[in-house]
Design a protein around this ligand. Structure first.
Ligand code: PEP
Ligand code: MN
Length: 354
């Protein structure tokens, strides 16, 4: 990583730097934070000749070649001061952000989604979620449809709240960005799809769009999750949110193995806001409030919850795991109270961590 003397380089300085790094077969990737721009070298940057050349430039402070598994996501990276905002709503930074809405939008019954969107706003939610396209286990199940994108954007227009949806390929990514979706979700099934992670990072580069990365259901160590996020950030998008959502179940009962407790570890190691998904973790509406409050107690910066005005008429996961808006309102109130109560303690723990 190249550390310039000023917060960012001029166009000519950047051009010169690019020429030097490319002589050594290294790509210079810029990542624009709201305060600083980070200049990352993609490739083996430990070439002493290269380091000498770069450090010899009058506008460069130093080259940081510390070999950690992840660099940009690390707590001590300058991106830690980068503020993440989705459609004008602050994420993290002391605010407890709540995303809520349908698992899946039903284009045959758009009124349900619009009613839910208003109810989410009423309940105190910040961002509306709605699946336009869905990753389904069976190729014969409803896969979502582009028509849902209009309904999602209608909900944004009516409520004034930002919107979130999952994208699984380039075509969906382009459609969502063109429509003005504020937050793109990378689902658990694609959390290790490095090609997609890179492409999302590249396409979001220079935009305010936020990427919410779910923890893959087969992921092991915490660092594997952080490294997946590093793919997105190193491709140019610093607006990243981490979402534990349960991993492959190791016992009967819950849909997945609840993993909200890894929030503390993520917060010790990285600067990224952590928004926990209790819905897919426990997988049953009645359990969701408990998992949601546990996530707040483990230091989450917020939640992403499936909610529906009429879950039995929902599709996808909604009949099983969506909570009604009145339950959502209680969760939001109680989780924010827990967050406030524990904030000073959490600050001490994460500040002193390695
Ligand atoms: C979802 O959010 O509806 C979803 C499919 O999530 P996950 O990728 O966590 O399974
Ligand atoms: Mn779902």
């Amino acid at each position: 990583m190249i550390i310039p003397k000023e917060n960012r380089l001029t166009e000519e300085q950047e051009k010169e730097l690019k020429e030097i790094t490319s002589e050594f077969g290294i790509k210079l990737q810029t990542i624009k934070g709201d305060i600083r721009t980070i200049y990352a070298m993609v490739g083996d940057e430990r070439n002493t000749l290269l380091i000498k050349r770069v450090e010899g430039l009058s506008y460069i402070d130093r080259v940081d070649t510390i070999q950690k598994p992840y660099k940009l996501m690390a707590k001590d990276n300058e991106l830690a001061s980068h503020r993440i905002m989705a459609g004008g709503k602050v994420i993290g930074n002391g605010h407890f952000t709540v995303i809520a809405g349908h698992c899946t939008i039903d284009h045959n019954n758009p009124q349900f989604f619009l009613e839910t969107a208003h109810a989410v706003k009423e309940a105190g939610g910040d961002i509306i979620r709605g699946g336009v396209w869905k990753p389904r286990t069976s190729p014969y199940s409803f896969q979502g449809t582009l028509k849902n994108l209009d309904i999602l954007m209608e909900a944004k227009a009516q409520t004034g709240l930002p919107v979130d949806t999952e994208v699984m390929d380039s075509e969906q990514l382009k459609a969502a960005l063109d429509a003005g979706v504020d937050m793109l979700q990378v689902g658990a099934r694609n959390a290790l799809n490095y090609g997609l992670l890179k492409e999302i990072g590249q396409q979001v580069h220079g935009r305010d769009t936020v990427v919410l990365l779910k923890r893959g259901m087969h992921m092991g160590g915490v660092d594997e999750f952080i490294l997946a996020a590093e793919y997105i950030v190193s491709a140019g998008c610093p607006n990243i949110v981490l979402t534990p959502r349960g991993t492959q179940p190791t016992m009967d009962g819950y849909r997945n193995h609840p993993d909200e407790s890894i929030t503390l570890l993520l917060k010790e190691r990285t600067w990224a806001p952590v928004l926990v998904d209790p819905s897919h973790s426990v997988g049953k509406a009645a359990y969701v409030p408990f998992a949601a409050l546990a996530a707040a107690a483990y230091g989450a910066d917020g939640l992403i919850i499936e909610s529906h005005v009429n879950p039995t008429h929902g599709i996808g996961d909604d009949p099983k795991q969506a909570v009604k808006p009145e339950v959502l309102a209680t969760i939001i109130r109680d989780a924010r109270a827990i967050h406030e109560m524990l904030r000073p303690t959490l600050k001490k723990i994460t500040a002193s961590a390695a």
